[in-house]
Design a binder for this molecule. Structure first.
Ligand SMILES: [Zn+2]
Ligand SMILES: [Zn+2]
Length: 92
């Protein structure tokens, strides 16, 4: 919806690679996490901003659930390791 219009080399967005270490599979899901202090030191923030988010990509194997991906994850999120950002919802 906010994507700029213009000629594209191929239909659809280019495939992104999974963010998991040593994984080269194409990503099927994307979510956001807060940057780490180390990452924050390497980017220039807009005035007034104190933090930023980065996109994380997961392949079929490393993608989290859609529900989890809808949330902003902490900088300490170690996905595809155990994700401790979200407290499990109490399911009746
Ligand atoms: Zn993967
Ligand atoms: Zn997380």
């Amino acid at each position: 919806m906010t994507e700029p219009t213009g000629p594209l080399p191929a239909p659809g967005p280019p495939p992104r690679q999974c963010s998991a270490p040593a994984c080269t599979a194409p990503a099927v899901l994307q979510w956001q996490r807060i940057v780490t202090d180390a990452e924050l030191a390497q980017i220039t923030l807009p005035p007034g901003e104190t933090t930023a988010n980065v996109a994380v990509f997961g392949c079929d194997t490393h993608a989290m659930s859609l529900d989890s991906a809808a949330y902003l994850h902490l900088a300490t999120c170690t996905w595809p390791g155990p994700c401790t950002c979200l407290t499990p919802a109490a399911t009746p």
